[in-house]
Design a protein around this ligand. Structure first.
Ligand code: AMP
Length: 132
């Protein structure tokens, strides 16, 4: 599988690398939609949360935490939003697991939480369907 992120990891496509270790890479998102938008990816090709083994997931989330702490401790940010789309239905456009990291400051006016349309079913009905 050679999606765009595999090609970035392989060095075939240039990227602005923020952090890299044996198992993970964090680089700037080119969307230009919000300041500091980054993507954290596993170097191993996994499509999404659903086919990601625990070791890879742990490595990715450890990197997300490390970079987030760096943003807070060394870069003047105060918080982060972490976003992930797993599956086309959820809006995933690149088929290589990735966590969006959005650095935040108080009063930055970034709306990183969508205006949801409002529920169409009773919470208790959905709860009965999805409880484990
Ligand atoms: P998603 O819609 O959650 O799958 O997000 C895919 C993200 O990948 C988008 O925010 C794109 O801007 C970003 N993206 C696509 N190609 C590149 C690239 N070559 N370098 C950096 N970011 C990219």
């Amino acid at each position: 599988m050679s999606d765009i992120f595999c090609r970035i990891i392989a060095g075939e496509v240039p990227s602005m690398k923020v952090y890299e270790d044996e198992k993970t890479l964090v680089f700037m998102d080119i969307a230009g939609d919000v300041d500091g938008h980054m993507l954290a990816v596993p170097k191993k090709h996994v499509v999404s949360l659903f086919d990601c083994d625990e070791e890879t997931l742990f490595a990715l989330m450890s990197t997300v935490k490390k970079v987030s702490e760096h943003l807070i401790n060394n870069c003047g940010y105060e918080g982060v939003n972490l976003l992930n789309a797993s599956g086309k239905a959820a809006g995933q456009s690149v088929p290589h697991f990735h966590i969006h990291i959005i650095p935040r400051k108080t009063g930055d006016n970034i709306d990183a939480w969508p205006a949801f349309p409002g529920k169409t079913q009773e919470i208790s009905d959905i709860y009965e369907r999805i409880r484990m």
